[in-house]
Design a protein around this ligand. Sequence first.
Ligand code: 5RP
Length: 298
Amino acid sequence: MADTDNLKDTKEYFLDIPMKAAQSNVRGASALDWGMQNRLSRIFQPGSGKTVMLAVDHGYFQGPTAGLERVDVTIVPLLQNADALMCTRGILRSTIPASLQSGVVLRASGGPSILKELSNEHIAVDMDDAARLNVSAVAVQVYIGGEFESQSVHNMTRLVDAGLGRGIPVLGVTAVGKDMVRDARYFRLACRICAELGAQFVKTYYVDEGFETVTASCPVPVVMAGGKKLPELDALTMAYRAVQEGAAGVDMGRNIFQSDAPLAMIQAVNKVVHERMKPEHAYELYQTLQREQAGRPV
Ligand code: 5RP
């Protein structure tokens, strides 16, 4: 039985302090359930409201990718610098330590390999398994304008329904086919469709012209996709511009793990995203860290 002797009288009601309503700093998230907001806060840092996601899910359609041949050797040492890791459940269960402190964004669509029509994807993970893995979100490819556009949108909406039932957010990834135009008009369309149909955040490519209209017209956070490997200064510049133009962070793969110095690169990306460090300074930092980490004099 609980000890109820000598209970202290209550008195600290702080009558002069208005009761605070908890507000999310994630765009569009304030009306979501507590569990979903809590999961989003494991992706988007509560301070900056931004994220550095490390994407290593490439194997789900292209097998062992350069830089990902041995995830245990090349990626695990980077993890403490990632707010969230985007990966498949195969890599998560086999290779990622369960003591991971970063959020996990689980690849939940798949089917075709690079040998086939990529837009012909299906849902590849049951939401119960995503819950079992304690992931912070699931990610699904959405091929607006692609051959299997409607099927990929349906994959997303089914995951959104399942996610709402369990408090697991969905990341809509706007996928571009070989022949699709990559401009602001296209990405406005693709991002808005994902958000309208329930994705709690969206991943899309940066475009030099009009990216701010893509972020402005999307009611949920837009995370910039990394894309093909660029020289480090160019990749840092792209990340800087994206954040300046309204992105809630980045989800970068090859531009980090195919860098000459992946650890230095992800550290520099963090400075750009969370502290708005100018790309030139972040590049200097990258070079300094690269030398330090290689054991050379700075
Ligand atoms: C494609 C994806 C990829 O699987 C991956 O995450 C891409 O990362 P990056 O282009 O930065 O190497 O989501 O849309």
